[in-house]
Design a protein around this ligand. Sequence first.
Ligand code: HEC
Ligand code: HEC
Length: 150
Amino acid sequence: MNKPSLSLIASLVLLAATAFAVTVVAQTPSPRRPHHKFPPPTNLQVLPKNLTGDQVHQIMEGWAHALGTHCSTCHAVNPNANGPLARRRLDFALDTKPEKATARMMYEMVQEINTHYINRINTSGMPVTCATCHRGHLSPPLYLPHGGRH
Ligand code: HEC
Ligand code: HEC
């Protein structure tokens, strides 16, 4: 009884492995249309330095949405870049815009709020994010209780 069930398990494992291999091969991008990979970051000062380019990109999409804004709000082109094309592309590692410095400070503020305050509420599964305050606006909209009359 032991032997046949073992070989059954073995062939099931083999089948699963084959299915997995086929899936992996099927998902491997063809050379003509490669999956777009974002380059690894070179100038992270507040985000974890071991983030991949894709992870940074995902966080950035989140910030842009939370603030209802675009990459160019915080990122600038490099006027000294080589070639006319590069001079029109945003240079994400560049630190020329004050909004980028503000965003770094905001990120540290959010980390501190969550680490030292929100995390101490046992029931809280909801950390503070950029969207908690910004709600899709660069300047957080004013909340006027009772329609503005106190
Ligand atoms: C609200 C400001 C803000 C917006 C909007 C924003 N970024 Fe950023 N971005 C930053 C800050 C701040 C850093 C640096 C983080 C750090 O120092 O750890 C950064 C870093 C990056 C980096 C890493 C650069 C490097 O080499 O270190 C990339 C890439 C990037 N942003 C892409 C984007 C893209 C793409 C968008 C639009 C979808 C975007 N950002 C929108 C503030 C912003
Ligand atoms: C506790 C509330 C709060 C949170 C959370 C918060 N912000 Fe802010 N943020 C503000 C306030 C208030 C201002 C000042 C708005 C003004 O001057 O009109 C501001 C200003 C900014 C500005 C400057 C806007 C400008 O007009 O120059 C940027 C950029 C920014 N925040 C990015 C972020 C990012 C990115 C996050 C998340 C990592 C974040 N903020 C999280 C409250 C918050």
